[in-house]
Design a protein. Structure first.
Length: 577
């Protein structure tokens, strides 16, 4: 809870003003029972009816004052809570954006969503309402107890004997509820993940007729959440009746002992009524003790989860004194680079020199390290050994934003936002003109099909590009990368869903960009045969290196791949020199 105070300090006046209003409100409430006692003793019993008008006017003024101060307290506490929630959610999201790929590799989307939504809402509820209410009840208890001792210290002493037992029960319940809410928060994240994955992959689920199995999985996680909530309710059900009993028992003691005092003329009826009014002010907080503890425990559990993410230190950091290349021309150098992910070694002693404007293709079997090699260039991950230089400067020494701005990547997993086609294409190049957008669309062979869409570029596509074919999504991603006009372009199996003719036309458009360094990861010979250099990876090592004809003459991996894909031995014999 301590760290949330740093957020609250920023809006201290929004907390100070309603707190002052709260004190005035409590002060007015302390007068009410006293005036009621005076009316009974002096007006009703004593017959001083001339005082009634003044006392009633005073009660009306107190009521109006309570309305004004109550509004100020309620409105400003709520407003401050909203501001704190806004800042916390913003900082959490900003920090999530700073985390490297490695964090998202090991963290479920559903868990992150739970932290940014439900957990922040729990904090907002406590900061904006529960904390103020809790503070108010503490001062009510202090003020009401003081007034009770002022009226009759013997009766007050009898009444307050109950409070230590109430405090003990509240603390014990708080510990158990805190543990319960941590478990609920974790399970809620698992349930969110299960739902998110199922909804995102609903087409696959339906196509494989797996609905019933997915229902069973969801019900299993949902039942666990239900059981944890039942466990929480059992804790609440175990403690809340005891707290209720003790709080009402205090009222019974007041009536019993106070009645004896009145009979023995040690106390007036009006004083007893006033005393009972103050006891009611104590009973109210005690009745809400379970709810307050419940809310605070839930908030504390949420804060732990939120700050666990906030405390995650990014492994990929911007250098304190970044070095900028003299010129962005697109050269890339791998100097004895090795890369290990966890305990698994992915790349081993890679040495490459990619010249500006050249086209380099990377091939190899699945799991050979192709994508990992490409991911090291924009520094999505850091090397375990060796150095990578972009434009003559080590990537670790460059400003991350500037480095990544100089590289356009079309990833294996094509991702499109639920937005217009135009916004998806301009995602990395908001300042691009419509002429530039249209040229990128034509080069990516996406222009014609977009023109046929109902609203053209303003057509809104579904989540992740639902409704579009795999090839259409890939071409939109290619257009997005081409529009960025970066000196380095990385295609990670970006044409796998395209037909041979479309792939050929896109290659022609790429060849016209002679000033751009192109790194192409592919499985098809047709996508790489015109590259200046082709790299064959096997188990993280460079197996073969050379151009198309050189690799064919080696009659190794590339030769066999060509033969298997082409299936035309006559043409193969013509190409082998």
């Amino acid at each position: 809870m301590k760290r949330i105070f740093n957020y609250m300090k920023k809006y201290k006046m929004l907390f100070i003003i309603p707190t002052i209003s709260m004190f005035f409100l409590i002060g007015l409430d302390m007068i009410n029972p006293y005036i009621t006692g005076v009316i009974i003793d002096d007006v009703i019993v004593g017959g001083e009816f001339h005082r009634l008008t003044g006392l009633l006017i005073l009660l009306i003024l107190i009521t109006l004052g309570r309305a004004v101060f109550g509004y100020i307290r309620e409105y400003l506490f709520d407003y401050a809570g909203i501001q704190v929630g806004l800042d916390l959610r913003r900082d959490l999201f900003d920090h999530i954006q700073s985390l490297p790929f490695e964090y998202f590799d090991k963290t479920n989307t559903g868990e992150i969503m739970s932290r940014t939504t439900r957990d922040v809402d729990n904090v907002w509820e406590v900061v904006g309402f529960v904390a103020g209410f809790f503070l108010e009840q503490i001062f009510y208890v202090i003020a009401a107890t003081t007034m009770m001792f002022f009226i009759n210290w013997q009766l007050a002493l009898v009444c307050t004997l109950v409070f230590p037992f109430l405090g003990y029960l509240a603390l014990k319940m708080d510990r158990k509820m805190g543990t319960a809410y941590e478990e609920i928060s974790d399970q809620d994240a698992k349930l969110n993940t299960k739902a998110q994955e199922n909804i995102a992959g609903v087409r696959l689920v339906k196509s494989l007729n797996r609905e019933n199995l997915e229902k069973k999985k969801f019900r299993k996680e949902n039942k666990k959440l239900y059981q944890l909530n039942v466990k929480r309710n059992n804790i609440l059900g175990n403690f809340h009746p005891k707290i209720e009993f003790l709080s009402y028992f205090a009222t019974i003691l007041v009536i019993l002992v106070g009645g004896i005092f009145v009979i023995n003329e040690q106390m007036t009826i009006g004083a007893l009524v006033a005393f009972n009014g103050y006891v009611a002010m104590l009973v109210w907080p005690m009745r809400f003790l379970g709810w307050l503890t419940n809310s605070l425990s839930r908030c504390n559990a949420s804060l732990k989860k939120i700050f666990t993410i906030m405390d995650e230190v990014p492994s990929i950091k911007n250098p304190e004194n970044p070095v900028s290349p003299q010129k962005r021309h697109g050269s890339v150098a791998f100097r004895n680079v090795s890369f290990q992910y966890g305990k698994e070694k992915i790349l081993n002693n890679i040495y490459l020199q990619i010249k500006p404007g050249s086209t380099v293709a990377i091939m190899g079997a699945t799991g050979s390290g192709k994508t990992s090699l490409a991911n090291l260039i924009p520094r999505y991950y850091d090397t375990s050994q060796g150095q990578i230089l972009v434009d003559g400067v080590k990537v670790q020494d460059q400003d991350l934003q500037e480095l990544r701005k100089s590289i356009s990547v079309v990833m294996q997993d094509t991702f499109l936002f639920s937005d217009t086609l135009l916004e998806n294409i301009k995602f990395g190049s908001q300042a691009a003109t419509m002429e530039e957008v249209e040229q990128a669309m034509k080069d990516a062979r996406v222009y014609d099909f977009i023109q046929e869409m109902p609203d053209g570029l303003e057509t809104i596509i579904g989540e992740r590009g639902v409704g579009l074919s795999g090839g259409q999504k890939q071409r939109i991603s290619i257009a997005r990368a081409l529009l960025k006009k970066s000196p380095i372009l990385i295609f990670d199996d970006a044409t796998s869903a395209l037909d041979m003719e479309t792939e050929y036309q896109i290659q022609k458009a790429l060849n016209k960009r002679a000033n751009i360094t192109k790194i192409i990861i592919a499985h098809r010979i047709s996508a790489v045969k015109d590259a200046d250099e082709i790299i064959i990876l096997e188990d993280g090592n460079i197996l073969e290196k050379g151009n198309h004809h050189q690799l064919l003459n080696q009659k190794g991996y590339y030769f066999n791949l060509y033969k298997n894909q082409l299936g035309d031995v006559t043409l193969l014999n013509k190409e082998v020199i």
